[in-house]
Design a protein around this ligand. Sequence first.
Ligand code: NDP
Length: 375
Amino acid sequence: MGGSRSMIFADCSSSTTARLIPFGRSRLLCGGGALCARRRLHVGVGPSLPASLRTTLTVHSSPSPSLPVMNVSCSATMASEASAKVIDGKAVAKQIRDEITGEVSRMKDAIGVVPGLAVILVGDRKDSATYVRNKKKACQSVGINSFEVHLPEDTSEQEVLKHISVFNDDPSVHGILVQLPLPCHIDEQSILNAVSMEKDVDGFHPLNIGRLAMRGREPLFIPCTPKGCIELLHRYGFDIKGKRAVVIGRSNIVGMPAALLLQREDATVSIVHSRTKNPEEITRQADIIISAVGQPNMVRGSWIKPGAVIIDVGINPVEDAKSPRGYRLVGDVCYKEACEVASAITPVPGGVGPMTIAMLLSNTLTSAKRVHNFQ
Ligand code: NDP
């Protein structure tokens, strides 16, 4: 999502729905959606998936024309009661937002500065407009100023770059997000690269990612979703140092930075991806699992080492006739089975989703503090 991936929603259940469904849809729509959709399904039924899942993965008509809703069964077959602790991302995110509110107010009282977040939206996509609206609301709720530029679909790349440049030079703006996806005639990479590294609150600038990867270097910002995963581990007091961690997924926005962060915390990290030959075996060695794949219920109980801690980033719509919407959201991890094996797990929704927004607000506050040397 580049900027757009740091969606902001005050309420966790609505946040994950509103945030990630259109987000998935956006991927399917932009740049040849049908191809993307086919690829995603193909990956899902590929050789790295257990046979049990392969047979049940089917795409049905979705609540929106381009949103695949999957019918993937995941039933607990083990007899024992669920025992894993639930890692409550919604509650932690609320606590963080309250802390941010206090800090924003302290800063304002002490030096008269209010942190500001600017969002650039190009085009008329309804989902993107919703995201931007919710970002504004989230900012308001903690006292951060929000600025928005809404440009028409046919805006040139040069024009977008001009607006970024204005925000780069504006001292009242401490964070800049460019809402993605951008119209296809605009090069996403050159737009994201144009955002000042000092205001890159999404943490996607190559220099910030590069610093994250290098020993002895500090990124100015850490991407919001992986940062939220680590924050959950910290706030629940789980040790990371010396543990074996497996990250499933290697995307630029979640999997890869999550692996880098775990490594910085002195975990021994393995990354599982779509070409990994023995994902189950590798994952079963992990004390900590972070899954960011986008395949419903892919990680089964048999993949999990007893006592492991699981952070499930995935948010996937699956068919549910009982739901008024016709679908519900599940993670990458079969929750019921995992609860019987793991020591702790994030629910979906209500786990990582609400943390993403909290981290975006936190990054904006950090940026303002840094610029004004405010401790
Ligand atoms: P991407 O599609 O960009 O990346 C998915 C990754 O999963 C890729 O690295 C891919 O491997 C890997 N993968 C795909 N299929 C398999 C498989 N069968 N076995 C092992 N690995 C596989 O997704 P994102 O990282 O953007 O998002 C992942 C999930 O997290 C989605 O459900 C998304 O909705 C959710 N999400 C949630 C957020 C939140 O705030 N809670 C924020 C962002 C995302 P390869 O590289 O080989 O293709």
